[in-house]
Write a protein that binds this ligand. Structure first.
Ligand SMILES: [Zn+2]
Length: 206
């Protein structure tokens, strides 16, 4: 498991923190013994969209590290006070200067990454018009059809997996919601396991 981010001083009273298991707990926490505060650290949600225009997908070329220069779906850390979809739409606007259509946005892929304490969620979304431009964190923004996708230049495995499933699902126009666990294993590299998949609605109807 990934180590928690090192905390040294209490955010409330500036005393030196201790790293110990608090009474009644079973995990190491950063604790302030002066003002009795426990600082819990929990996973972060990364939310993004798979923006579609006609038969193409919108990708952003990253202007910041990590993976600067590589292509990604617009995504970023969720903010307090917003829903996952609101966060995904906001991130898409920030990175590609485009508002995706909220009416037909739906959850598509969810990735658990316990090793780095993150959860990724991507929503399928459509663009009414191809009016976009690079946001502050992007070098470039472009539409790619399946043949044009720069597979060797994709920034993250979660993005590659989401794109692969999208082009596969498009053949049957059935887009189930899938959840994956991603783990890194010694000598074996990364492992992406499909944990669950929603049912085929079209098949249920018949
Ligand atoms: Zn304190």
């Amino acid at each position: 498991m990934k180590m928690p981010i090192e905390m040294k001083f209490c955010q409330h009273c500036a005393s030196l923190l201790s790293h110990r298991i608090p009474e009644g707990d079973d995990k190491l926490r950063f604790c302030c013994d002066t003002c009795d505060t426990i600082f819990y650290q929990n996973p972060n949600n990364v939310v993004g969209t798979l923006p579609i225009f006609e038969n193409s997908v919108l990708l952003c070329q990253r202007g910041i590290e990590p993976r600067k220069g590589k292509w990604t779906l617009p995504a970023g850390f969720m903010e307090n006070g917003e829903s996952t979809l609101q966060g995904a739409i906001r991130e898409t606007y920030e990175e590609a200067c485009v508002r995706v259509d909220t009416d037909d946005s739906s959850l598509y892929t969810l990735f658990n990454l316990p090793r780095i304490n993150q959860v990724y969620l991507f929503f399928r979304a459509s663009l009414k018009l191809p009016n976009f431009s690079p946001g502050i964190e992007s070098l470039d923004v472009q539409l790619f059809n399946e043949e044009q996708i720069p597979w060797d230049e994709i920034a993250f495995p979660v993005v590659r997996a989401t794109l692969k499933h999208y082009f596969e699902d498009r053949k049957t126009l059935n887009f189930p919601v899938r959840m994956f666990d991603i783990d890194y294993q010694k000598d074996q590299g990364m492992k992406i396991d499909l944990i669950s998949q929603s049912r085929d609605r079209k098949r249920e109807d018949t």
